[in-house]
Design a binder for this molecule. Structure first.
Ligand SMILES: NC(=O)c1ccc[n+]([C@@H]2O[C@H](COP(=O)([O-])OP(=O)(O)OC[C@H]3O[C@@H](n4cnc5c(N)ncnc54)[C@H](OP(=O)(O)O)[C@@H]3O)[C@@H](O)[C@H]2O)c1
Length: 275
């Protein structure tokens, strides 16, 4: 299974397996620092989420595919902690969300589980959940009871809600600011000793992180138009100012071109500091 590297030059065929693992994201932060990276798969018309036949928002089945999922897993394998949203946990509790959090326990990802142990990482990354409402069902939290869970929220969170969530293995961390912001999230997680954090939530968490809380964006763009009006894209809501991104790498997924119509590209961008 190969992909064609389009950037940086020269063009070169490379194996898909190991493509993102070679980045060694867990070793890239400066001493005491934290590397935060996000990952999306989007259609050519920018959809990351559409309602299914029951009206439940999720990654469209026409978008998801195994080659992208391999890279999703390679990114997860390099993380000390995965960042997600309370909304995802509410969906999970209703049995309406894909279980995204463990580094794949299937046979095809056994190499990644072994790789984590070789690299001195824990078997599974810890979990951080962003929430304002602190409405996070206990049943969903129990699903990740085998690791540390941090709930990140703003300074004005209700004390009773915090107490309700303080279960074994779960801690609520409050930002110094009223609202959660990227810089606050970075400093809370760095203070906990994390060196690599993988953000797998939707557009609101992405917007929250962009101010000082995101270093790299991995974006798979499937060469397919999906349409639909009730959708999420990788970014929604107001940004204080536009954010420039610098292309780090771009791969054409040739295997997808051979076996499926259209194909896809795998891109990685670095978030550039504001001017
Ligand atoms: N295609 C892809 O690659 C991809 C990737 C990720 C997600 N998705 C899809 O995108 C859709 C949306 O995902 P999502 O629900 O994770 O989206 P999201 O819009 O990023 O998360 C929303 C929730 O996160 C919490 N949150 C966000 N920003 C916050 C802040 N500044 N402070 C405190 N809490 C904050 C809030 O929780 P409370 O409501 O508890 O306050 C909010 O309800 C889903 O359908 C998902 O399947 C697709």
């Amino acid at each position: 299974m190969t992909v064609l590297r389009l950037y940086p030059p020269p063009q070169r065929k490379m194996p898909l397996h190991g493509l993102y693992l070679a980045l060694r994201l867990h070793r890239r932060s400066q001493a005491g620092g934290l590397l935060i990276y996000a990952n999306y798969i989007a259609s050519l018309d920018g959809r990351i989420s559409l309602p299914d036949a029951h009206g439940e928002q999720g990654v469209p089945a026409t978008l998801a595919n195994k080659r992208d999922w391999r890279l999703y897993q390679e990114l997860a394998a390099q993380s000390d902690i995965m960042l997600t949203s309370a909304r995802y946990f509410r969906q999970l509790a209703r049995g309406k969300a894909q279980d995204l959090l463990p580094v794949g326990r299937e046979k095809e990802y056994a190499d990644l589980a072994a790789w984590r142990l070789d690299e001195g990482l824990q078997a599974q990354p810890d979990v951080a959940i962003l929430s304002r409402s602190l409405d996070i069902p206990q049943a969903a939290l129990e699903a990740v009871g085998d690791r540390k869970v941090l709930v990140l929220t703003g300074r004005d969170a209700d004390v009773r809600d915090i107490e309700r969530l303080t279960l074994p293995g779960v801690r609520v961390l409050q930002n110094e600011q009223f609202e959660l912001d990227g810089a606050g999230i970075r400093s809370m997680l760095a203070a906990e000793g994390y060196r690599s954090a993988y953000m797998i939530a939707g557009p609101e968490v992405h917007r929250t992180l962009l101010c000082g809380g995101l270093d790299l964006l991995f974006l798979t763009q499937r060469h397919r138009l999906l349409g639909g009006n009730d959708f999420s894209s990788i970014m929604q809501g107001q940004l204080e100012s536009s954010v420039d991104m610098e292309l780090q790498s771009l791969y054409l997924d040739e295997q997808a071109l051979l076996h499926e119509r259209g194909g896809q590209c795998f891109a990685c961008y670095a978030v550039m500091p504001g001017v």
